[in-house]
Design a protein around this ligand. Structure first.
Ligand SMILES: Nc1nc2c(ncn2[C@@H]2O[C@H](COP(=O)(O)OP(=O)(O)OP(=O)(O)O)[C@@H](O)[C@H]2O)c(=O)[nH]1
Ligand SMILES: [Mg+2]
Length: 218
């Protein structure tokens, strides 16, 4: 009983902080997109590619990782100003950690902020960060039953990227099944089948982000 109440308090505190984060972002005209998803599904690679294709915007990133700063290092090396956030024992970012990362970014100089969460499909679901859109990335190599097994992250997302379709045959997976499963869970979801290796499907993701940014209500 006490544990449940404590959990509720934590969630409410996080929701309030997430609302504050959104106000801060809107105040600076920053459009923020959560990039969630499975370990190794291609989240950092996607941010690298999207930043290159969205060259009319000033793009920055916050990269959540349990202990390392490898992803923020990769993104900085790719010319995307990035702040690494370590979550320690936690398997997700929270609104407080993200707010602290804002202090290390020049928000006035950012149009689009990608926030890469710690790789997994479970813990980040309930922790809003204050972003405007949520994109979940999974790849065919996790198995084409991954979507069915992790419904909540697709229910709470705006878009799903089914990545690595270039190796679908090699891993005996059906990207179409993954798309159908995702749409069954959430008919409002925009679903993209992509390969960062061949470039397939990526322009549709870029256009979706452009449209969403244009429709940002400040
Ligand atoms: N074949 C293939 N490989 C890909 C594709 N996208 C990413 N990769 C590879 O998958 C590996 C993991 O990619 P990352 O972008 O680091 O994945 P991530 O989701 O950020 O990983 P974590 O942050 O560790 O959870 C890298 O070796 C990428 O080169 C793709 O579309 N096709
Ligand atoms: Mg990564």
């Amino acid at each position: 009983m006490h544990v449940i109440e404590l959990g509720r308090d934590v969630m409410e505190l996080n929701r309030n902080l997430a609302e504050q984060n959104k106000k801060i972002l809107d105040g600076h005209g920053v459009f923020a997109v959560d990039i969630l998803g499975a370990i190794g599904s291609g989240k950092t690679s996607l941010i690298e590619i999207l930043a290159g294709k969205l060259s009319e915007f000033r793009v920055a990133a916050i990269a959540g990782d349990v202990v390392s700063d490898l992803d923020s290092g990769r993104l900085n090396a790719a010319g995307i100003p990035s702040v690494g956030v370590n979550t320690g024992r936690e398997c997700h970012l929270d609104a407080h950690l993200v707010k602290r990362a804002f202090d290390k970014l020049s928000l006035d100089e950012i149009d689009i902020l990608f926030i890469e969460n710690v790789g997994n499909l479970i813990c980040p679901v309930d922790f809003e960060l204050g972003s405007h859109k949520r994109i979940t990335v999974v790849s065919v190599s996790e198995g084409d039953d991954t979507v069915e097994k992790h419904p909540m992250i697709f229910v709470t997302s705006d878009a799903a990227v089914i990545n690595k379709i270039d190796i679908a045959d090699a891993v005996d997976a059906s990207p179409q099944k993954m798309r159908d499963d995702a749409l069954k869970l959430n008919s409002r979801l925009s679903v993209f089948l992509t390969s960062i290796k061949t470039g397939e499907g990526l322009d549709d993701v870029v256009n979706w982000i452009r449209d969403a940014k244009e429709n940002q209500v400040e």
